[in-house]
Write a new protein. Structure first.
Length: 164
């Protein structure tokens, strides 16, 4: 969420998230920047979670208010304490074990389903970790449609760009 002096209104974002594996590339799960105070920004996020796993997250919530002198950064313990036991799990889960690691050179959005398949080892904390105690946390891979192959698009030639 970003705001500036001319546009101070920010909508409230409500997130209800269960049985998920949330992954970032060492970026905050939530980031807010603008002229609102830290307390005003906090009023614009509602979080309800259960049985989630967090991968590559060191900061859960970052607020950069032009009214404050420091950036507010919330790690796991502060995040859990802020939301409380009714809206977040009590302990930070162990890292998920993946069948094969994702390609570190490709953005998360360009990874295929195969990059997010769980290792079938019984020691994998994400196995049978959903709220029902039977299903695995994360996506149900069999329900994800294949990603269509897109043909690369070449930039227009100089002649095409000028309408010739």
């Amino acid at each position: 969420m970003f705001s500036h002096e001319d546009q101070r209104y920010l909508p409230t974002v409500r997130v209800d998230c269960s049985d998920s594996i949330l992954i970032t590339m060492d970026t905050p799960l939530f980031q807010q920047t603008g002229v609102q105070s830290e307390e005003e920004f906090k009023q614009h996020l509602i979080w309800n979670a259960d049985h989630n796993f967090y991968e590559k997250l060191s900061s859960f919530w970052r607020i950069d208010s032009s009214q404050g002198s420091e950036v507010f950064d919330m790690d796991w313990s502060a995040w859990q304490a802020y939301w409380g036991a009714g809206r977040e799990r009590l302990d930070r889960p162990l890292p998920v074990l993946w069948k094969s690691p994702a390609d570190a050179e490709r953005p998360l959005s360009e990874q295929g389903v195969e990059a997010y398949l769980l290792d079938e080892a019984k020691a994998n904390p994400a196995r049978a970790a959903a709220t029902d105690g039977i299903r695995d946390a994360g996506m149900q891979a069999a329900l994800v449609p294949p990603i269509p192959e897109l043909e690369p698009v070449s930039p227009p030639t100089a002649e095409e760009a000028v309408g010739g």
